[in-house]
Write a protein that binds this ligand. Structure first.
Ligand code: HEM
Length: 508
């Protein structure tokens, strides 16, 4: 074991560094990695690990959208990476039953346990039905609407006005993450941790998500043996992941246990997500012998919290960064708010309903552009049960990892045209002025096929309410010299956050 550890910790990195250097010299012009003996293409990936999504886009562009990655020998890291819409459609919809997430996915995402993201087959069907049946309850959207406006008024506006008064610079991405964390906790656990308060309290569970999503991408890049060794040694990103795991458990278990005892629905709205999950769990548990219901509720809650916190806040942060360099688009959003939401004689701000949020078409287009250029879930991971052939002709043996790069898709001229890198909300407006529909295999920010995101509508409602409030009330200026880049993580957050300064708009 000691010799093994020595080899993996010292010799492999030394080889990798040497080979990185050679790779760099030999391949200045082409991004396509060299397939080295023993190490496969890993050196090029490690060399570009600080810009992995950009690098994947360069390689895929040079390879017509589909690329065979060769991992080090005996590492089980060979993968087929694709951003071709026909392949995406094939994997996510047409041949869905052949592409579960697979055992490798479950190993990487072990922290999510039996939650929906890790689940395949019957367990996934159970989660999917249960989650959808809760989200389609008649009172779900009125409950959501009330929660969002409360958080906007008591949390978001209070905190932003606080920054306005002191004139300090702050991280807008952090504010959005706190907003979505509080909102999703309220929805899932019926508990608002109030992380979005004037003193910006440190709540370990809230911050733990950032480290966890980075470590989870790392597990995609490193051979399994190496990340398992790092986990065993409790160093690097694996240490961060284990700390995050502890923070999640300490935050969620007590709430799940409390909710276990709660036998009362929200009287006003008839909605209690955890209680409904517990009931459903007991139903299936009568016929099977799954473990402790608290573990199951912990896994279910954590998955929904991850889905609800990181995706929406990331999209909002990128939207404001994109608007900062596209002031005319911001003007159009303000105009749309005035035209569509205000009574003619009364220009004052008021809350708007879920129904009214649908009138904000230009804002919808701007959010879609943010999702196209920076899809929060940057990649999807699958493994076929049976051998298959992609529409592009690539053969895939059973269990080979297939990576779908959603990030690269938004940046392909062949998919979005020559102006694919430009921010153009108009792209999403039809000739008749409605919202233009793009097929999900071309725009898979919310996934496609039977595993399409169940929170899509909820996310748009929340993002529109938050974005419209901020855009209408404040001028946002990105701090000069602040560098922005996408994090190397399964959720493309901003690596250095979004440092901004606020000024109040003169409205009335
Ligand atoms: C901008 C916001 C959002 C984006 C871009 C997004 C994107 C996605 C994507 C790409 C997936 C597929 C992930 C995978 O299979 O590995 C997914 C699944 C899912 N999302 Fe979202 N999501 C968003 C917001 C939300 C919200 C607010 C919720 C509510 C809690 C939510 C709940 C879910 C659930 C439960 C799944 C699993 C669906 C399944 O496997 O059948 N999402 N989402």
């Amino acid at each position: 074991m000691a010799l093994y550890a020595f080899l993996e910790i010292f010799l492999i990195p030394i080889c990798v560094i040497c080979v990185c250097f050679l790779t760099f010299r030999a391949h200045k012009k082409s991004s396509v990695p060299t397939n080295w003996p023993v190490l496969g293409m890993l050196p090029a990936v490690l060399q570009n690990s600080h810009r992995i999504h950009e690098y994947a886009t360069e390689v895929l562009t040079e390879s017509n959208g589909t690329f065979e990655f060769k991992g080090p020998w005996f590492s089980n890291m060979d993968m087929l990476v694709t951003s071709d819409p026909a392949n995406i459609h094939h994997v996510l919809s047409k041949n869905f039953s052949n592409y579960p997430k697979g055992p490798e996915f479950r190993k990487i995402f072990e922290i999510l346990g039996d939650g929906i993201f890790n689940a395949d087959f019957e367990l996934w069907e159970f989660h999917r039905k249960a989650t959808l049946s809760l989200m389609t309850q008649p009172n779900f959207y009125s409950f959501l609407e009330k929660n969002i406006w409360e958080k906007i008024e008591k949390g978001l506006i209070a905190v932003l006005d606080g920054f306005l008064e002191t004139g300090v610079e702050f991280d807008l991405q952090d504010v959005f993450q706190r907003f979505t964390f509080d909102s999703i906790c309220k929805l899932v656990l019926d508990y608002d941790p109030q992380s979005l308060s004037l003193d910006l309290p440190y709540i370990p569970c809230e911050k733990a998500f950032n480290g966890a999503v980075e470590a989870l991408l790392h597990r995609h890049i490193l051979p399994e043996r190496i990340w398992k060794l790092l986990k065993w040694l409790q160093i690097g990103k694996e240490k961060t992941l284990m700390k995050a795991w502890k923070s999640f458990d300490e935050f969620i278990y007590p709430r799940v246990s409390i909710n276990d005892g709660v036998e009362k629905d929200h009287e006003e709205y008839g909605f209690n997500l955890l209680k409904s999950f517990k009931r459903k769990y007991e139903e299936i548990n009568n016929s099977s012998s799954r473990g402790d219901s608290r573990d199951f509720l912990r896994d279910t809650s954590l998955s929904l919290m991850l889905a609800g916190r990181d995706t929406t806040s990331t999209c909002l942060a990128w939207l404001f960064w994109l608007l900062a360099s596209n002031p005319s688009a911001e003007m159009k959003i303000r105009q749309e708010i005035e035209d569509e939401l205000h009574e003619k004689e009364d220009k004052k701000w008021r809350n708007f309903s879920v129904e009214e949020s649908k009138k904000l078409r230009y804002l919808h287009g701007a959010l879609c552009e943010s999702l196209r250029l920076f899809p929060p879930v940057a990649l999807e991971h699958k493994a076929p049960i049976r051998p298959d052939v992609f529409p592009t002709g690539n053969y895939i043996p059973e269990n080979k990892i297939v990576l779908l790069s959603f990030y690269s898709m938004g940046r392909m001229k062949v998919i979005w045209g020559k102006d694919c890198l430009d921010f153009k909300p108009e792209r999403w407006i039809s000739q008749r002025g409605g919202i233009k529909h793009e097929p999900s295999y071309k725009f898979p920010a919310f996934n496609a096929g039977p595993r399409t995101c169940v929170g899509k509508e909820m996310a748009f409602i929340q993002m529109k309410m938050v974005a419209a409030t901020v855009i209408y009330h404040y001028n946002i200026e990105v701090v000069k010299g602040h560098k922005v880049s996408a994090s190397d993580s399964i959720i493309i957050q901003m690596k250095q956050g979004l440092r901004v300064k606020l000024s109040k708009r003169n409205l009335y």
